[in-house]
Design a protein around this ligand. Structure first.
Ligand SMILES: [Zn+2]
Length: 85
């Protein structure tokens, strides 16, 4: 199982949150957490940003940097942690 990331943009606040999930290459299945990393946003598939699905960690970092300040700081911060606290 690999960790994979998705980006979703909240329709209400325009803020982008990051969701963590697990991706299995073997079975090609993807499981996403029901809450964003910061726990502030519920998963709404329709709010996913195209081309930001199932990214690995380095891709997610790049995407977050590219999207800039509209991405939730708490979510972004977690991409730079090496271990869970
Ligand atoms: Zn967030």
């Amino acid at each position: 199982m690999d960790i994979a990331y998705n980006f979703e943009k909240s329709k209400d606040t325009d803020e982008i949150h990051i969701f963590q999930g697990t991706y299995s290459k073997l079975k090609v299945t993807y499981r996403q957490d029901t809450k964003s990393i910061c726990k502030k946003k519920d998963a709404v598939k329709a709010e996913r940003i195209p081309d930001t699905e199932c990214l690995n960690e380095s891709q997610a970092r790049y995407t977050a940097a590219h999207l800039g300040r509209t991405v939730c700081g708490k979510c972004v911060k977690s991409l730079y942690k090496t271990e869970k606290d």
